[in-house]
Design a protein around this ligand. Structure first.
Ligand code: GLC
Length: 438
């Protein structure tokens, strides 16, 4: 096995077990409340955007509340934006004055986040944007995304990109050195020529690994949400990352390398349609849809990194809180079918999905059935079945109307009613199937 792959496999053991994490996008952009890309989308000048730092109070910021919510939802790790594309730092960087400790909130928001989530036993990660629209030595005019990309007066002749890289490396070193053990470093993102060697990615990874050898890293020093990079190949670069990061979608068949070997991945997905707080965006996914997204990711050998975007006061939106609590109630009963589970290597059943851990197969029944639930080609393979929510017996049935279909195994949820509607849990009723040793 390739050394990069071998080390990646070892580093990501906890991550493959965790399956479910919280993404948190928070910063100055929560004040305009039109999402974290507004400086670029609205082409706001530095002068128009910067005064927001003198307003950012985060007066209700209580990361212990955030951590308790993540725990209640069943989330095992959490990643906070330490610096997004706008360059504003939620940590007390010695390399800039554009930071939370210089805003009215006057706090090192990253440090408090890390302490609060670790206290709840949740692994912690930091998102750091390698893109920086504020730094004078980052390309402006003609860049693909910079807010001043269409301003010839913002030409790049006198910009020294090495100065920016020195700043970027310095800040990443601050985060890796001054904030304790980090479990995830989430870099974002590469585009056009702005990738790989442009970021000095090989040196950057060497620095990261020398300071925190166990931290796992995403694949966006090389890729982005649309291009996984060399992590999919059999000869990945040293900066290919430890996991792939599909965005706002779930890969149709999970993610494998060219040799068909599963690779670690997480789908990062928002609860509404924005990463950063968007006051007008009430288009939230239901708790049922979140459960189905999570099960789909796990059934394809991946994780779900589900995003919340706190407002300028430091409060997670009420809609997000309600959804996460409802998801947590389902997780409380069914977490065994999520943590440490993965591909079942079975065709997707019509009624839902399978997840698997060793000889335990989990049937996630999401669609009510007019008759018995069919376990295709499983005749003679089932030792016993239990409803995961309460460990009650689910009996295999040989009901009269199933006689012709004897290569399958079947069950009803209610032995007295030869049907499976409504489902005991309308979100997803999980049956734990003990497979006979082959
Ligand atoms: C995209 C967006 C960025 C967001 C990231 C999360 O890269 O540009 O704003 O932080 O997705 O995956």
């Amino acid at each position: 096995m390739n050394k990069v792959v071998e080390e990646r496999t070892k580093r990501t053991q906890w991550y493959q077990e965790a399956r479910f994490g919280m993404f948190i996008h928070w910063g100055l952009y929560a004040i305009p409340a039109r999402g974290e890309w507004l400086r670029s989308v609205e082409q706001l000048t530095k002068e128009a955007y910067e005064p927001l730092k003198d307003e950012f109070a985060a007066e209700n910021y209580d990361p212990r509340k955030w951590a308790r919510l993540a725990k209640e939802a069943g989330m095992k790790y959490a990643v906070l934006t330490a610096k997004h594309h706008d360059g504003y730092c939620l940590f007390d960087s010695k390399l800039t004055d554009f930071k939370s400790t210089n805003s009215p909130c006057g706090r090192d928001l990253v440090r408090e986040f890390l302490e609060a989530f670790r206290a709840e036993g949740i692994r912690v990660g930091l998102y750091y944007s390698v893109i920086d629209w504020r730094h004078p030595d980052f390309p402006h005019y003609g860049d693909m995304h910079h807010p001043m990309r269409k301003h010839p007066e913002c030409s790049n002749e006198n910009r020294n990109f090495d100065n920016y890289l020195e700043y970027m490396f310095g800040q990443i070193k601050e985060l890796l050195t001054d904030y304790g053990k980090l479990d995830v470093m989430w870099f974002d993102f590469s585009y056009g020529d702005m990738k790989c060697d442009t970021w000095k990615a090989k040196e950057l990874i060497e620095m990261v690994r020398s300071i925190q050898p166990d931290v796992i890293i995403d694949n966006r020093l090389e890729g982005s949400g649309e291009d996984a990079g060399s992590i999919r190949t059999l000869d990945p670069t040293p900066y290919s990352g430890d996991f792939a990061s599909p965005e706002q979608m779930i890969p149709p068949e999970g993610i494998r390398d060219e040799g068909g070997n599963p690779i670690p991945w997480e789908a990062c997905i928002t609860l509404n349609n924005h990463w950063g707080y968007a006051a007008h965006d009430h288009h939230y996914k239901s708790a049922k849809m979140v459960v189905h997204m999570l099960v789909e990711c796990v059934s394809k050998g991946g994780n779900l990194l589900l995003n919340v975007g706190p407002n300028a006061k430091g409060e997670i939106p009420e809609e997000s809180v309600a959804i996460l609590k409802e998801v947590g109630a389902w997780m409380k009963k069914n977490k065994k079918s999520i943590y440490g589970c993965g591909y079942a290597e079975l065709p997707k059943p019509e009624w839902g999905r399978y997840t698997r851990k060793g000889n335990l197969l989990y049937a996630h029944v999401m669609e009510p059935q007019v008759g018995a639930v069919c376990l295709e080609n499983m005749a003679g393979k089932v030792e016993k079945m239990r409803l995961l929510a309460d460990n009650s017996e689910v009996k295999e049935t040989h009901y009269w109307n199933l006689k012709e279909y004897d290569k399958n195994a079947f069950f009803f949820f209610n032995p007295y009613a030869a049907d499976c509607y409504p489902l005991p849990d309308e979100k997803d009723t999980v049956v734990e199937i003990y497979l006979k040793e082959e």
